[in-house]
Design a protein around this ligand. Structure first.
Ligand code: NDP
Ligand code: 2IT
Length: 444
């Protein structure tokens, strides 16, 4: 058995009931065969892949809090500090009832390669809890965040591990967590990113993941002789990533005709009204039915369905495994030219292969959604120098980072004879820097 296959088999055996983690590892290690197979004995002797797939540290803790009725609730908190070879652990905190150790490990593993691709000095980590902020009062969210941070604060710090937002964790949650960290540690430091602008946040961090996604897509389309103007785009999700992806796509002259949340989706042939979407989702925290009720051109459907709408470009921006093989077939049949992931691992492995085999340009999330964490790293830089940069300064750095990521993954794919395979390109380019740092630092 090849070394890569041995390690994939070991990961499945040693991490039972973690299908998303198996999926993420399989995708990366399959790509790395091109590098590993040439030098198998050396990698095997150093147990390089075993070290790469084993988190440096995994924290699991109790999060008790009191709800508005006086009832004590208990959630489980997680922080997986996956790899610190190239910098302090960096990655978001997911608050969603589906969170478990396997989900956090898949996200942490992806984050290692993503953060490497940004070119900035950040290692990989991820955390969160099975707490569901939906339907909770602000006081309940604060009680949860304070309890969560009371434990987490022992393990993080501006030079150790810097968490941020993800599904269910936005500006409100980051604010409560920052306040509790400062109170406990008596330190005013950049221990979290995605902070409010009045207490150390960076301009353009809110927009960064969605904007970055479009900067990369625009560069890729340009290199394939296409422009964004006039393109029809379908987007899934209606959260932080989706909203600013829709906004930037429209600024580039494309028409975005869909968005979705966990209960249904919108088809709006006139183009999504971003201001209305922001009002419904960011201000009222309401369902998409409210969007349809306020806009006559929009139709609301229960369930899932955005991938059936004909488009030039599809941008999955909600959650993992939301674009399945039948969706990929539908996209190809409708003439879709490009799929770029705003979410983490939204496309299943078989759907990815089908898209690639049928000539669709496919960019994995670790490259295309890296603008969020890259801008988090720029927030860390501003915090260290105790200065704030203008929106234009941050946004122009973000554009450069995304354009560089596209060319790095494109070049890596070409170097290994896989031109146009951005999955292989992203995994190899991300891996090379991490491995070189791991090798230099010895067996740690
Ligand atoms: P938000 O919580 O702001 O929005 C998430 C959106 O996805 C909501 O519309 C939500 O619907 C929908 N959604 C979440 N879970 C499910 C589910 N199980 N099934 C169907 N729909 C679902 O999160 P973000 O926009 O921040 O994150 C979206 C994705 O992007 C995630 O994969 C995240 O890991 C990734 N990402 C985020 C970055 C960031 O900077 N925020 C950076 C890079 C990647 P509803 O409101 O009904 O739950
Ligand atoms: O998946 C991700 O890259 C994020 N949720 C953002 C992480 C960060 O540290 O900004």
């Amino acid at each position: 058995m090849s070394y890569v296959d041995e390690v994939i088999a070991q990961v499945i055996e040693k991490n039972p009931s973690q299908p998303e983690f198996h999926q993420a590892v399989k995708e990366v290690l399959d790509s790395l065969r091109l590098v590993i197979d040439q030098n198998e004995d050396a990698y095997r002797r150093d147990a390089l892949l075993e070290r790469l797939v084993t988190p440096e540290r995994q924290l699991i803790f109790r999060v008790p809090w009191v709800d508005d009725k006086g009832q004590v609730q208990v959630n489980t908190g997680y922080r997986v500090q996956f790899n610190s070879a190239i910098g302090p652990y960096k990655g978001g905190l997911r608050l969603h009832p589906s969170v478990n150790l396997g989900i956090i490990k898949f996200l942490g593993f992806e984050q290692v390669f993503k953060n490497s691709l940004t070119g900035l000095p950040i290692g990989g980590g991820k955390g969160g809890s099975d707490f569901d902020p939906k339907g909770k009062s602000d006081r309940e969210v604060m009680a949860f965040c304070q309890s969560f941070m009371t434990e987490l604060s022992k393990y993080i710090g501006a030079d150790t591990d810097v968490p941020a937002g993800d599904i269910g964790t936005g500006a409100r949650e980051i604010g409560y967590m920052f306040g509790q960290y400062k109170r406990l540690q008596n330190r005013y430091e950049g221990v979290l990113t995605g902070k409010g602008l009045s207490y150390g946040g960076s301009l353009a961090r809110t927009e960064a993941t969605g904007y970055g996604l479009l900067y990369l897509v625009q560069e890729m389309m340009k290199c394939h002789g296409e422009e964004m103007t006039g393109k029809t785009v379908v987007v899934s999700g209606a959260g932080n990533v989706a909203i600013y992806a829709i906004q930037k796509a429209q600024q580039m002259g494309a028409k975005v005709v869909t968005c979705s949340d966990s209960t249904g989706w919108i088809y709006d042939p006139e183009g999504i009204d971003v201001d209305l979407l922001k009002e419904v989702k960011e201000v009222k925290r309401a369902r998409l039915t409210e969007y349809a009720a306020a806009r006559s051109s929009a139709v609301y459907h229960e369930g899932r369905g955005v991938w059936a709408i004909p488009c030039d470009i599809a941008l999955p921006c909600a959650t993992q495994n939301e674009l399945l093989i039948d969706d990929a077939k539908q996209l190809v049949a409708n003439g879709c030219k490009a799929v770029a992931e705003g979410a983490n691992m939204p496309t299943t492995l078989d759907a990815t292969e089908y898209l690639q085999a049928n000539g669709v340009l496919f960019v994995p999330g670790k490259a295309s959604n890296a603008g969020g964490v890259a801008t988090s790293a720029l927030e860390m830089t501003q915090n260290s120098e105790r200065l704030s940069w203008s929106f234009e300064e941050v946004d122009s750095r973000l554009q450069n980072i995304m354009i560089n990521i596209y060319h790095n993954i494109d070049n890596a794919a070409k170097k290994y004879g896989k031109e146009g395979n951005y999955v292989v390109g992203a995994n190899i380019a991300g891996f090379e820097k991490v491995v070189s740092a791991m090798n230099a630092q010895g067996i740690v």
